[in-house]
Design a protein around this ligand. Structure first.
Ligand code: FE2
Ligand code: FE2
Length: 155
């Protein structure tokens, strides 16, 4: 997979360059499963590192490196949740997995959105941050409670 971020969109005039918002971890995001919660914290860190790299107009290679790390950790994390769902026969497995797959596709599209210009990039980065929080507070919370009810809260 390649991630090419065009120099023209990453280096517009400083006065017109939008700043993108990161995400803030809150204790209420804990779903009650140690492994999942640790992953979520790490995803927040990586997402914020990506937003920082873009906001600070770092070099293309650095921005690309952070995005690749974020994508890789999403894979790791989604695999963990999906493995747990299969292991414990989670009834909403298919729908939950479809959300993960859709998010990964959108993450891959971030580069294209950034290439298309600041406003679209801001929209997509904003969407991704909200998706992370929304997904955790919604379906991951349900999964965590379900796993907890089966004594699978630790790892
Ligand atoms: Fe998750
Ligand atoms: Fe999930």
């Amino acid at each position: 997979m390649t991630h090419s971020i065009q120099a023209r969109t990453m280096k517009p005039g400083a006065h017109e360059r939008p700043r993108w918002d990161g995400v803030t971890w809150q204790d209420s995001y804990g779903v009650g499963h140690g492994g999942i919660d640790a992953d979520h914290r790490r995803l927040f860190e990586l997402f914020n590192a990506f937003v920082d790299a873009v906001n600070e107009n770092r070099g293309d290679a650095e921005i690309e490196g952070v995005l690749v790390e974020l994508l890789a950790y999403c894979d790791t994390h989604f695999d963990r949740e999906e493995r747990l769902m299969r292991e414990y026969g989670y009834p909403d497995y298919a729908a939950h997995k479809a959300m993960h797959d859709s998010f990964v596709r959108q993450l891959h599209d971030v580069n294209n959105a950034l290439d298309a210009g600041g406003e679209q990039g801001a929209f997509v980065l904003g969407f991704l941050g909200k998706w992370l929080s929304g997904h955790i507070l919604g379906v991951d919370m349900k999964l965590g409670a379900w796993l907890g009810g089966r004594g699978a809260g630790a790892a």
